[in-house]
Design a protein around this ligand. Structure first.
Ligand SMILES: [Fe+2]
Length: 390
C-alpha cells in the first residue's frame, strides 16, 4: 500500500511539476503557394487552438496595432484537439511583403461537452526579433529563382551541407522533388529527415513545394504525409502559376509493378496514374497553363531515359502522362530518382521537352524569365554545371 502511494505521488509530480512547458515544437514553415495564397504549418507538444496573425510588412512594428487573425477552423468551429496546425491564407496581394506570427493556446482539458479548459500560449517572436515574413510573387514578376532538391533520403545535415553556398535571399521557392525520406514511419521522423533543417535554412520565409517521390509512398505513416504538405484537392499532384510561370507537380507513384512483394499488397498506382492523367488533361487546357510564358514540370521519376532505367512506373508514366505533356508546350521537366545526373534534350517522337535528372548529391538553382531558363547545379564542391535550357 505504502509503495503504491509513493508511486502515485511520483506520478503526480511528474505530471504536474516536471511536465514540459507548452511550446511550438516544429516549424512554422510555408507551403502550397498559389498566386494569392499560402499555407503555414507548425506543431505543438500538446493540443491547442491555433491561429496566424498577419500584416503587410510596411515598416511598422508588429505591435503597432491589432493584426488580422486567421484561425484554424473546420466547418466554422475552431479546432481544439490537434497538435499539427495548418492555416491557409487566401486573397493575399501578389507582390506584397507580409509579416506574420503563429500562435497556439493549449487546451489542457476537454473531458465532456462544455468543460474545456485553456492553458498557456506559445507564439513566434515579434517582440525582440524581426517577425517572420514572406513575399508574394508579383503577377508581373520578370524573373523567378527557385531551388530544387531531391533524393535526400533522410540525410538532413548533408542537405544543408550541399546548400552551404546557396544565397537563400535570392530564392523565391524551394521544390522538394521526391525521396526526401526513404520510408515514413512517424511525425518525428518527417521533421528529423528534412523539415526541421529546411526551417533553419529559410522555410519559414520561403515556400516549400512538395513533389512526392516513390519512397514517400512507403512506411506506416506515409498516408499522413499530405497533412504536412496540405493541398486544396488533398492530392499530391498540383498545378499553380507564379509570375508568368506555370508549375506542374506530378505524383509518379511507385517504380515497380503494383503486385511486387515490396509493396505488401498495398499498391494501386496504375489506377492512380490513370486518374491523374484525367486531371492533367483538363489542367493543360486551362488559360493559366496555356497563357504562361513558361511551363515547368516536376516528376520525381523520369519519363525518359535509358532502357535499363525505365521500370514499370516510368513506362506507365510514358503511357498515361507523356502523351498529354507532349502536346502541352512544356519547356522543361525536372526529375530525380536515378541518383545519377542526366540531361535529355527534347527529342521528337520521344519527349517534346527536355528533362533534367538531378543526382542525389546536388542542388539545382533555376532562374526563369519570359525568354530564358537557366540552371546552375552545385553541391559540396561548389557549382559543377551551369547552362541555359535550349
Ligand atoms: Fe526514387
Amino acid at each position: 500500500m505504502k509503495k503504491t502511494i509513493i508511486f502515485l505521488i511520483i506520478l503526480l509530480l511528474n505530471t504536474y511539476v516536471f511536465a514540459e512547458d507548452f511550446k511550438i515544437t516544429h516549424g512554422p514553415y510555408l507551403c502550397n503557394p498559389t498566386e494569392d495564397g499560402i499555407s503555414i504549418v507548425w506543431t505543438t507538444n500538446r493540443p491547442a487552438v491555433s491561429w496566424v496573425e498577419i500584416a503587410p510588412d510596411d515598416g511598422s512594428h508588429f505591435y503597432a496595432k491589432e493584426r488580422e487573425a486567421h484561425y484554424i477552423t473546420q466547418a466554422g468551429r475552431k479546432l481544439a484537439t490537434e497538435t499539427l496546425h495548418h492555416v491557409r491564407l487566401e486573397n493575399l496581394i501578389p507582390g506584397q511583403k507580409y509579416m506574420y506570427r503563429v500562435l497556439s493556446q493549449e487546451v489542457t482539458e476537454w473531458e465532456s461537452r462544455n468543460n474545456i479548459k485553456f492553458g498557456k500560449m506559445a507564439d513566434t517572436d515579434v517582440y525582440r526579433g524581426k517577425p517572420l515574413g514572406f513575399k508574394m510573387i508579383d503577377k508581373g514578376a520578370k524573373e523567378l529563382t527557385f531551388l530544387v532538391l531531391n533524393d535526400i533520403h533522410s540525410k538532413a545535415s548533408f542537405m544543408k551541407e550541399i546548400c552551404k553556398d546557396v544565397n537563400f535571399n535570392e530564392i523565391d521557392l524551394i521544390f522538394l522533388n521526391g525521396d526526401m525520406s526513404s520510408y515514413i514511419e512517424s511525425e518525428e521522423q518527417l521533421f528529423k529527415d528534412y523539415i526541421d533543417t529546411l526551417v533553419t535554412m529559410g522555410a519559414s520565409r520561403i515556400p516549400l513545394v512538395y513533389v512526392r517521390g516513390n519512397h514517400e509512398t512507403r512506411g506506416r505513416f506515409s498516408h499522413q504525409l499530405i497533412n504536412y504538405f496540405p493541398t486544396k484537392n488533398k492530392e499530391f499532384y498540383q498545378s499553380f502559376k507564379c509570375g508568368n510561370v506555370n508549375f506542374l507537380m506530378l505524383d509518379c507513384g511507385e517504380d515497380k509493378p503494383d503486385s511486387d512483394i515490396a509493396y505488401l499488397g498495398l499498391a494501386d498506382y496504375d489506377a492512380y496514374r490513370e486518374k491523374q492523367a484525367l486531371w492533367l488533361k483538363d489542367i493543360v487546357e486551362t488559360p493559366e497553363f496555356k497563357n504562361a510564358s513558361q511551363r515547368i514540370v516536376f516528376s520525381h521519376m523520369p519519363l525518359v531515359g535509358n532502357q535499363l532505367d525505365l521500370w514499370h512506373g516510368n513506362l506507365h508514366l510514358q503511357k498515361t502522362i507523356l502523351p498529354i505533356l507532349n502536346n502541352a508546350n512544356v519547356q522543361l521537366t525536372f526529375s530525380g530518382h536515378n541518383h545519377r545526373y542526366a540531361y535529355h534534350p527534347s527529342k521528337q517522337g520521344v519527349a517534346n521537352f527536355p528533362t533534367l535528372i538531378n543526382d542525389n548529391q546536388s542542388y539545382v538553382i533555376c532562374k526563369v524569365n519570359d525568354n530564358t531558363i537557366s540552371v546552375q547545379i552545385g553541391g559540396t564542391g561548389g557549382v559543377v554545371r551551369s547552362f541555359n535550357i535550349d
